[in-house]
Design a protein around this ligand. Structure first.
Ligand code: ATP
Ligand code: MG
Length: 397
């Protein structure tokens, strides 16, 4: 026994010019508790379809009808609704229309005289397909909303990461500027002191030369330090430029950019840096993004050293070629991380530095950059005295 529950309360627009057939079929459809709107020809059918305030779920139509025939009506309806299920009732001698209706996405053809069981089965099949399609559309809509929400979330994280990076950069710039600024201060103080204290005997040629030499030396010194400040700013500004195009480069370039930015900080914290650059392969990268990844990893190592007050702190950066790519290993001897946490350090907002305002997005962004933007791989392993981060980038992506 077929389950006709799915037909209950649906609304069918039924076009048939032969009243006896129309009444008989309508009566049967009413038995399934289907609401039937009857029309006598295609033109009436079309105007009811356009103006009905009831949602029409299915169209059942004869072919040969006065004014506008079934095919004509379906063509017009398809311009408005390309999905509504349509069942055609047809007599044997009318089969030539089949060619015309091929493009019209018809759910079923039921031969006249109509076999009620066949009609019932066709109705159920067509409505089931409609329900499934509507569910799918609904699911897709929900999925799209989810995707959009995720994209928005991702954007927020990226902005946060940028701000966090800027904050760190400002700290590093301040740190790197301290020494040249204080040297400029000392040089200008010396200049002023010597000038005001009349140290040079300007009556003599020798005194005037001595003063000129002293001034030139001090001004050279100031110029040197100003140059130093400018270079620092350029390095940082370059880092903040958004990458628009891939560059074909060895991995050494972004590592060198990283070191320009962070090396002084590492040195002043007595962190030894061991570099072992073997890789020669050229890879396609967004250079600043990859620099960002290295900075995140090196900053994390430094945080760990400072937190644990590690004495012989060292970081090793090793690059080597692999088939069609490059592997970078960054090792630190800061003690590593709890084995349980290894899997989640790349999750957004996971941080063990909450009291120091760790955002927990450094490694997450690094993963996005390496795996999403470069189709590479990033992972971490605890080693004997610390942790190794591995990054794999490919030549062709
Ligand atoms: N070299 C490391 N040694 C030990 N643990 C590490 C190391 N690098 C990362 N971790 C762990 O991974 C966590 C997540 O790192 P991530 O860079 O994403 O955020 P964070 O450093 O905590 O915050 P932020 O980067 O904003 O300062 C850290 O809190 C730390 O627990
Ligand atoms: Mg970090």
């Amino acid at each position: 026994m077929i389950d006709t529950k799915i037909l209950k309360n649906i609304t069918v627009l039924y076009a048939e010019d032969e009243l006896i057939i129309q009444e008989g079929i309508t009566e049967t459809l009413n038995l399934f508790e289907i609401n039937v709107i009857c029309v006598k020809n295609g033109q009436e059918g079309l105007s009811v379809f356009k103006s009905s305030d009831k949602k029409i779920d299915l169209i059942l139509t004869d072919i040969k009808m006065p004014k506008l025939d079934g095919i004509g009506m379906i063509e017009k309806i398809r311009e408005i609704d390309k999905d509504i299920p349509i069942i055609i009732t047809t007599a044997h001698q009318e089969t030539s229309f089949l060619m015309d209706s091929i493009e019209l996405n018809i759910s079923a053809y039921v031969l006249k005289p109509i076999d009620i069981y066949k009609l019932e089965a066709s109705l159920i099949k067509a409505i089931e397909a409609k329900v499934l399609r509507e569910e799918l559309i609904e699911k897709n809509k929900r999925l799209e909303i989810e995707i959009q929400k995720n994209e928005e979330k991702q954007q927020i994280i990226e902005t946060q990461s940028r701000f966090a990076a800027m904050g760190e950069m400002i700290n590093m710039i301040a740190h790197q500027w301290r020494q040249p600024l204080s040297s400029i201060g000392t040089a200008s103080y010396n200049l002023k002191y010597k000038l005001l204290s009349g140290k040079f005997n300007l009556e003599t040629q020798e005194g005037r030369v001595e003063q000129a030499n002293f001034f030139t030396n001090k001004l050279d010194e100031i110029e040197f330090y100003v140059q130093n400040l400018t270079t620092t700013i350029d390095d940082f500004r370059n880092f903040f430029k958004t990458d628009k195009v891939f560059v074909n480069s060895t991995i050494e370039n972004p590592i060198k950019n990283t070191l320009k930015i962070i090396q002084k900080d590492l040195q002043s914290n007595n962190i030894e840096l061991i570099l072992d650059f073997e890789s020669q392969n050229k890879i396609n990268i967004f250079e600043n993004e990859i620099t960002h990844v290295f900075i995140n990893i090196l900053k994390n190592a430094q945080d760990k050293f400072l937190d644990k007050e590690i004495k012989n702190a060292k970081i090793e950066i090793k690059t080597q070629d692999i088939e069609n790519g490059v592997q970078i290993e960054i090792y630190d001897n800061g003690g590593g991380i709890a084995e349980d946490d290894l899997d989640i350090i790349f999750e957004p907002y996971f941080s063990t530095k909450k009291e120091k305002n760790g955002t927990g997005i450094g490694l997450y962004m690094s993963k996005v950059i390496v795996e999403k933007n470069h189709q590479g791989k990033i992972f971490a392993k605890n080693t004997k005295e610390g942790i190794s981060f591995f990054i794999i980038l490919y030549c062709m992506i």
